[in-house]
Design a protein around this ligand. Structure first.
Ligand code: 5GP
Ligand code: MG
Ligand code: MG
Length: 185
């Protein structure tokens, strides 16, 4: 596998990511067997690859499974959380009375997810859970309920597999740590 020159090290290969998502998909399949309607809410843009792989790993033939997307901003072009969340694009459909899983790329401080969950809870879903691909456990500033976790990772800045730095590196099929010098260019 060729690695982008701005990547210091690959944290998870595309195969490791796929294998882990199969397991998470099985957990969700198991937990939502009795659900009538399950909505997966992808938080754009970072979650788009995770959403695509996760939804294919869920197998619920008796449930109406749908996907919807929201776009929120927290980081702008920096690498530290502002704690301020702005909704740039809202859901297309109403989630009242439906089972909802928020599909997020990464939790760092937890501030983004916390305010998003307050917003979604106010819309009265039947249930509300979170599936996050990556969690920086030591960086959490607030306690956020997060049921389905791909990987716990150390506090480093990650790009690839949908995650960006200043809109770059989303296309990389693996998750990697960005070289410090790449922040400055
Ligand atoms: P939090 O509010 O939890 O601190 O930040 C969550 C958001 O910050 C994520 O959804 C993501 O957009 C961004 N973020 C946090 N850590 C990283 C990281 O290591 N890499 C990238 N690309 N984005 C991150
Ligand atoms: Mg995100
Ligand atoms: Mg970003």
């Amino acid at each position: 596998m060729s690695v982008h020159p701005h990547i210091k090290r690959v944290i998870f290969t595309d195969q490791q990511i796929k294998d882990r998502i199969i397991e998470v998909g099985k957990e969700i399949t198991n937990d939502y067997k009795d659900s009538k309607e399950l909505v997966l809410i992808g938080v754009l843009k970072g979650s788009f690859m995770y959403m695509a792989d996760l939804v294919r790993a869920i197998n619920l033939p008796n449930t109406h499974v749908s996907v919807d997307f929201m776009s929120i901003s927290s980081y702008g072009h920096g690498t530290t959380s502002s704690g301020v969340v702005k909704i740039n694009m809202d859901l297309k459909a109403d989630i009242a009375g439906k089972d909802v899983i928020v599909v997020e790329d990464i939790i760092d401080t937890g501030l983004t997810l916390q305010s998003l969950l307050v917003n979604l809870q106010a819309r009265n879903p039947a249930s509300l859970q979170v599936s996050v691909l990556l969690r920086k456990k030591e960086a959490l500033k607030v306690e956020v309920p997060c049921k389905y976790i791909g990987f716990d990772i150390p506090i480093v800045f990650i790009v690839g597999y949908g995650l960006d730095f200043a809109e770059k590196y989303r296309e990389l099929p693996y998750l990697g740590e960005l070289k410090e010098e790449a922040y400055k260019n």
